[in-house]
Design a protein around this ligand. Structure first.
Ligand code: FES
Length: 170
């Protein structure tokens, strides 16, 4: 973790924590989840340094912080792969073949939802709705939305990324 990341952690804790600070300058325990969300948004995951900084600032025990992180699926202790593939499992996508796309990704990458390939190139997740139902089924690779997807297009896109060809989703 570099100095810039450490600075980001301090800034996020101070900024997010303002709303949870008592007149005596102590953090209310309700600050934990919003602070974890804010830290993950900025850092992409929750490194040990962020947990320790949170513990120092708030006095909330490290074991409790890790307990909350492991309880909620939204929190991650490791960074995503270079290409984060998110597939919608909402109703519109489901009826247009979203499940087959999910199975294809599992098969090609040999990982399950929430997983990451050993070379750190891909991570894979599903979400309830990507808010683009008219384009169903939808796959997002990093920040690029791919609508009207099917298994062949998904397979091709993954192969292109693997081969270093057409990395427009970078
Ligand atoms: S159901 Fe897939 S984008 Fe809404």
């Amino acid at each position: 973790m570099n100095a810039m990341d450490k600075e980001k952690i301090t800034t996020v804790i101070e900024k997010t924590g303002q709303a949870y600070m008592s007149d005596e300058g102590k953090y209310n325990q309700d600050c934990l989840i919003p602070m974890l969300q804010a830290l993950q948004q900025v850092l992409g995951f929750l490194p040990q340094e962020a947990v320790e900084a949170l513990n120092r600032a708030t006095g909330i025990p490290v074991s409790r912080i890790y307990g909350v992180i492991s309880f909620y699926e939204q929190f991650k202790l490791e960074p995503d792969g270079k290409y984060k593939i998110t597939v919608c499992r909402g109703t519109a996508c489901h009826v247009h073949g979203g499940e087959k796309i999910i199975d294809t990704i599992r098969e090609i990458l040999d990982i399950d939802e929430g997983g990451k390939t050993a070379d750190n190139l891909f991570s894979f997740d599903t979400v309830p709705c990507l808010g683009a139902c008219a384009l169903a089924p939808v796959v997002v690779i990093n920040k690029t939305y791919h609508g009207k997807m099917n298994t062949q297009k998904t397979r091709k896109r993954i192969e292109q990324i693997r081969s270093g060809e057409n990395r427009s989703d970078d």
